[in-house]
Design a binder for this molecule. Structure first.
Ligand code: MSP
Length: 657
């Protein structure tokens, strides 16, 4: 039997700079499903989420609203907590970085590391992105000299600041990552981090004097602690770092920090270095999940495509949203949210497959057996195969959840739901009911179906906790004294948990079918309506993707990129952008000319490029840079020091394959 153990899981603590959107809900739902699985498996789970409330951006937002920062964050954080309640998130604690308990921890950590000599006062000169609250070095900026994360301009700042000697830990953290293959998941993120560290780690600026909204540096209160040092240490606060050594010993090191891929770096480099300085063990695993995009596009206020999870819950219920997010997207990869795909999943997987199985089972039990499940006796081949499939599904569920393959696990459970539906067709209970000689056979079939549903209820509970409980209750199990709250995975590891003589309850519809009417979508989630086949094709492609090793693409993936020869007709520098050149390109006599902005100004004089035949990515989405539209990208080879554009001696417009 699997050993039961403490299990500490965290989500990022979210910025209360705006209301949460479906991307945040995605991350927290994943964590919740994993936490619920571990509780089901008998582990002693501590599941933490929270809010990251300090920093210049929040200070500015509060100022704009004419209120104190804490008044501002109180309100938004209340909306976070309300959302998690509606989504049935089972967190054991909610940490706010503005809480006194956290301030004590951050200041104590600062004191300890300072006393050790790993924090020193210096002068910070750097490039700061206010919206991301991140400092960047010159070589980290994007091709336009902007923030590599949000692509907005950065500001040069210079101020007295405290630094954490991260460089001291560079070799240790690299050795740790290299010798602990499971520490960073998925593996593609691990490779990125190894490369990042190999470029050399700078010491980390951990204080600011240019704003007040933060935790004061204990030895020098005109400084406040810079957000990431404040934020990352949140993981230690609620598990008794300062006040409950026993609890701390139980839950630290964390089993899993689940984070979005864009903050893996903070969690696998900065955070471990802080922990090493504190002589604390490192978290066992950091998992960087992919990003949710909406109808193929990144969510943004300006595009007006930010999806509000509250509106979705109003319309479809929490479990349908949870199911969709966990089923549709493979954990390490980016995934798409679309209203059509959501409705399709609700109708086919939930209303049809799951809803019908429950409905048919309960209805037939009521109709053919007065609602009572008689004791089974004997078994046919098809009964035996159903039971074997059920037990194999329970095993596959446990293996899949341990490996955090949530989408695959759901598919496995749904394959069993399909199997049970097929069992009804194979055994035809309505025919058995007509034959008095087949009474026991009928009883066996109805028992096996109810038992299958009992198992299914337990296996879907991490993903759809409300639905799972509803099925349990409709089967009559709660009324028969089997409290849902006490159910464990062990209870479905053997067949036969439905007590003979059980009175099943009345069937109630789990998920009504959603009739799709054109243009009925609320504005914020209105979607282009892909055809069913399109969805199936996307599914197939997703399935294919899963089988590929990290970093490998298919020929179909590559075929999406359209390349052609482009002749440079004119080239000029771009005002206020040292790195950019503006190229006017011909892509064939009949085609309109294109303008492309390219970050190659350090390597070429404009005149050198005129007349060259380059390779252009033709179907890249046009993008505004420095107020000008760039319609494509030219290819160049670069080793980080030198750069050469790719030249082809063929006429403009020639396809490159
Ligand atoms: N406050 C920091 C985290 C500090 S953790 C010590 C922060 N906050 S955030 O509000 O920006 O939330 C970041 C997290 O929200 C991401 O890491 C990711 O988990 C989740 N997501 C935000 N947008 C998302 C998508 N579009 N898709 C999926 N998840 C996304 O960074």
């Amino acid at each position: 039997m699997r050993e039961k153990k403490p299990f500490y899981i965290t989500t990022p603590i979210y910025y209360p700079s705006a209301k949460l959107h479906i991307g945040h809900a995605y991350c927290t739902t994943i964590a919740d499903a994993i936490a619920r699985y571990h509780r089901l498996a008998g582990d002693d789970v501590f599941f933490l989420t929270g809010s990251d409330e300090h920093g210049l951006k929040i200070e500015q937002k509060a100022e704009e609203a004419g209120i104190k920062p804490i008044e501002y964050t109180d309100k938004i954080v209340a909306s976070f907590q309300a959302l998690w309640k509606r989504l049935n998130i089972s967190n054991d604690d909610f940490i706010r970085t503005t809480q006194k308990r956290h301030e004590r921890v951050v200041q104590e950590i600062f004191r300890r590391i300072y006393a050790k000599g790993d924090i020193y006062k210096g002068e910070y000169k750097g490039l700061y992105c206010t919206p991301c609250e991140s400092y960047w070095t010159e070589h980290q900026l994007d091709e336009n000299g902007c923030c590599p994360d949000c692509h907005r301009p950065v500001q040069e700042v210079s101020e007295e600041a405290y630094f954490f000697k991260m460089s001291k830990y560079q070799d240790r953290i690299l050795a740790y990552i290299e010798s602990h293959p499971d520490f960073i998941q998925p593996v593609s993120r691990r490779n990125e981090m190894i490369n990042f560290i190999k470029q050399g780690l700078d010491d980390l600026c951990i204080s600011r004097t240019s704003f007040d909204w933060g935790i004061p540096v204990p030895i020098d209160p005109k400084h406040v602690i810079y957000v990431w040092f404040d934020a990352l240490t949140n993981y230690l606060t609620p598990i008794g770092f300062l006040d409950d050594p026993e609890k701390f010993k139980k839950y630290w090191p964390a089993d899993l920090h689940l984070v979005g891929k864009e903050i893996v770096r903070f969690h696998t480099i900065i955070w471990p270095c802080i922990l090493m300085a504190l002589d604390l063990p490192l978290p066992k695993e950091v998992y960087g999940h992919g990003w949710l995009i909406v109808d193929g596009d990144k969510m943004s206020k300006s595009k007006g495509n930010v999806v509000d999870p509250n509106l979705l819950i109003d319309e479809f219920g929490a479990d349908a949203i949870r199911y969709f997010l966990l089923r549709e997207i493979n954990l390490g990869q980016d995934g798409n949210f679309s209203r059509d795909a959501l409705i399709q999943r609700i109708n086919s997987d939930l209303a049809n497959d799951l809803g019908n199985l429950l409905h048919r089972t309960l209805n037939m039990t009521l109709k053919f057996q007065d609602g009572v499940l008689a004791a089974p006796a004997g078994e046919s081949d098809v009964d035996r195969s159903l039971k074997a499939d059920a037990m194999a599904t329970v095993q596959a569920f446990a293996d899949g959840m341990e490996a955090m393959k949530l989408s695959d696990t759901i598919k496995t459970v749904w394959a069993f739901i399909g199997r049970a539906n097929k069992y009804i067709d194979e055994t035809a209970p309505w025919a058995l009911a007509k034959d008095p000689g087949k009474k026991q056979e009928l009883a066996n079939v109805m028992y096996n179906l109810a038992e299958s549903l009992r198992i299914i209820a337990v296996l879907i509970s991490p993903f759809m906790p409300q639905t799972a409980e509803r099925i349990w209750n409709q089967l009559g199990l709660a009324a028969a004294g089997k409290a849902w709250a006490d159910v464990q995975l062990e209870d479905v590891e053997t067949w036969g948990g439905v007590p003979a003589g059980l009175h099943v309850g009345k069937p109630e519809q789990l998920f009504p079918r959603i009739e799709v009417e054109k243009d009925d979508a609320p504005q914020n989630i209105k979607a282009a309506k892909p055809k069913k086949e399109k969805q199936q094709k996307a599914d197939k492609q997703n399935a294919k993707k899963e089988e590929l090793p990290a970093g490998i693409i298919t020929i179909d993936d590559f075929a999406k990129v359209q390349l052609c020869v482009a002749e440079v007709l004119a080239c000029e520098p771009v005002e206020n952008a040292d790195k950019l050149l503006k190229l006017t390109l011909s892509v064939g006599a009949d085609a309109p000319q294109r303008t492309v902005l390219s970050g190659i100004a350090q390597y070429y004089q404009p005149a050198e490029l005129v007349g060259k035949h380059l390779v252009l990515v033709k179907n890249l989405k046009p993008r505004k840079m420095r107020g000008q539209l760039s319609e494509g990208m030219i290819l160049a080879a670069s080793d980080g020091k030198a750069l050469k554009v790719v030249e082809v001696d063929m006429p403009a417009g020639t396809e490159v394959r």
